[in-house]
Design a protein around this ligand. Structure first.
Ligand code: PAF
Length: 287
């Protein structure tokens, strides 16, 4: 497995790979890899012949009071894991390499950046869209994969790729959960054993939404109330939002349209750890 730290070297490798008619696949990550990331690797393995994984903790997507400095990092472990799972290349740039002196350009996916995470993390998606566009220009993938766990991010990147005619297929891979239901996330490492147990209310709350919908309920207010009730049951989770929105446009849904897939998105703090999770109702109508 090659480890590439310079953008110029990466672009040269990408050009040579493309010139020899090989397909490049990219798994963009911020490192501290877990099985969720490995499922992204698996999701595109068959559709590319150079499987690249990038590791970059992107300062531009963290707010001033967020956990950029504390964000968990373990490069040696990450490299071993990527190699063991058959990645061909890891792109591991420094912050100076990605944001050299004088850097001043950003990408705004305007409307999709505003609701949900955008309400609580202003500027976050500007950072995400900008770094992902840079990664696409540097690694030059034919296909790139993002996790459904970060539903809004995936939708927004798909929109950006369409809007900017980026020549890359965007694959969205399903959420990977621990056996007890907790969605995998690098931030789970912040949770104490008690907090981890409390955090299970998040996936339980989404199951409540799925069960109500499966039982025929089509009232978004009733479904959000059930989600909220489950989250508030322990009294130790601080809910930031529960939203039911169109799974493509992210606009609120009141009454379900059978032709519309609905994203039920939750953000909550367990102790000081902020977790997000989601489920899709009426998945067959996904765009
Ligand atoms: O999902 C993430 O890990 C990050 O937001 C991404 C897509 C790698 C961009 O920094």
């Amino acid at each position: 497995m090659q480890v590439v730290t310079s953008t110029q070297d990466m672009q040269r490798i990408a050009d040579a790979t493309r010139a020899s008619d090989r397909r490049i696949g990219l798994v963009p990550t911020m490192g501290f890899l877990h099985e969720g990331h490995m499922s992204l690797v698996e999701a595109i393995r068959e559709s590319c012949s150079l499987l690249a994984l990038s590791i970059f903790v992107n300062p531009m997507q963290f707010g001033p009071s967020e956990d950029f400095t504390a964000y968990p990092r373990d490069i040696d472990r990450d490299l071993a894991m990527a190699e063991a799972r058959g990645c061909d290349l890891v792109f591991l740039p420094s912050t100076d390499e990605m944001y050299p002196d004088g850097f001043q350009t950003s990408i705004d996916v305007r409307t999709l950046s505003l609701p949900l995470e955008g309400e609580f993390r202003p500027g976050h998606f500007r950072g995400v869209a900008t770094i992902v566009a840079k990664l696409f220009n540097i690694v030059k993938p034919h296909v790139a994969v993002f996790g459904q766990k970060d539903a809004q991010q995936s939708i927004l990147i798909r929109r950006m790729a369409r809007d900017l005619n980026l020549d890359v297929d965007i694959v969205i891979a399903p959420i990977v959960r621990e056996p007890d239901g907790l969605a995998m996330s690098s931030r789970n490492t912040y949770l104490s054993p008690d907090e981890r147990a409390e955090a299970l209310a998040i996936s339980r709350s989404l199951h409540a939404a799925e069960a109500l919908h499966a039982g025929g309920c089509r009232d978004a207010l009733e479904i959000s109330a059930a989600v909220m009730a489950e989250l508030n049951r322990t009294g130790r989770i601080k809910v930031e939002y529960v939203r039911i929105v169109d799974a493509d446009a992210l606009v609120p849904i009141q009454a379900f349209d059978p032709r519309q897939a609905a994203l039920v998105a939750v953000a909550a703090r367990v102790g000081t750890t902020r977790l997000i999770d989601n489920t899709i109702l009426n998945r067959t109508a996904m765009p």
